[in-house]
Write a protein that binds this ligand. Structure first.
Ligand code: CO
Length: 291
């Protein structure tokens, strides 16, 4: 009790000093603060940032009462950005700051495609903060159920206006050797069920390029439109999918007699996938309310 009064008095005096400039952090510091922490893999590509900007805009619209924060899970990306003077928080660092700033109701949303290794690590970081906040919710990644796969298949087939008649659509996902990496196989299968000329492979996993090429040949494909199946169109999209490098997918397709062109657009540059992330957070918050 005593401790509470003391810290309250400290906050009040701090607030009084800040009053001159407008005490905007007052609500956060008095313990009622709600925050939303968005956690992505991260990117060093400025051209990829519209995907993060759009998902942020959708989240602000869907969760207007929450103060928004970001964290990147990739150590490598954070190191490169820090060298450029653009330091970013890891999930653990961001959660620590939120705890220190007195937030009591924290929602964390994974912006990963599958619940793979990055997601597992994030989950561990979030669980370490259980008990530090009055409320702590954790939203699932993009593909977390059969229904999610169907929603995204449908969304992509309806929202790729660049695709021309007779052109096959080839998506490049990241892939993973985690069991959840099998979601990419399910995604490719459900995609083809809806469209015999739509394929989804992975740059670091299965279905691999060899498999997708064989499928395209079997279907008699002459032209493909390549599109990233990743939240951002960053390094993998621009160097491993398109870009015309010696081992990039567009080059390999051409070497196999199939015309290839690329569109560099991350998933959350469009509202559909961004809204699905928001739906997952809403589900996590609703589940918390029933506890
Ligand atoms: Co990678």
């Amino acid at each position: 009790m005593m401790k509470k009064i003391v810290s309250g008095a400290l906050l009040l005096s701090g607030c009084a000093i800040m009053m001159v400039a407008g005490c905007s952090t007052n609500a956060q510091n008095t313990g009622g603060g709600q925050a939303l922490l968005l956690v992505a893999f991260g990117t060093t590509y400025e051209q990829a940032l519209p995907a993060y900007e759009n998902v942020e805009e959708v989240m602000r619209r869907r969760f207007p009462d929450r103060s928004l924060r970001w964290a990147y899970t990739s150590n490598m990306i954070r190191r490169i950005l820090a060298e450029r003077g653009d330091a970013r928080d890891s999930p653990g660092q961001a959660l620590k700051k939120l705890a220190n700033q007195g937030f009591s109701d924290v929602a964390v949303q994974s912006l990963h495609v599958i619940p793979g290794y990055e997601y597992d690590e994030l989950k561990a970081a979030v669980l370490a903060y259980e008990g530090r906040f009055e409320k702590l919710a954790f939203g699932a990644p993009l593909l977390n159920s059969h229904e999610d796969v169907e929603i995204i298949v449908d969304h992509i087939l309806r929202n790729t206006p660049e695709r021309e008649q007779g052109e096959a659509l080839v998506l490049m996902g990241h892939g993973s050797h985690h069991a959840a990496g099998l979601l990419y196989v399910a995604f490719d299968a459900l995609l083809r069920e809806q469209d015999p000329l739509a394929f989804a492979g992975a740059v670091e996993g299965y279905p691999d390029l060899e498999f997708i090429l064989a499928q395209c040949r079997e279907a008699g494909v002459a032209r493909v439109l390549l599109l990233p199946f990743m939240v951002v169109a960053g390094d993998h999209a621009r160097n491993d999918m398109g870009g015309g490098g010696p081992e990039s997918w567009d080059t390999v397709f051409r070497q196999n007699g199939i015309e290839a062109r690329s569109v560099f657009r991350g998933l959350t540059e469009l509202d559909g996938p961004a809204e699905l992330f928001a739906d997952h957070l809403e589900q996590a918050l609703a589940a918390q309310a029933h506890n």
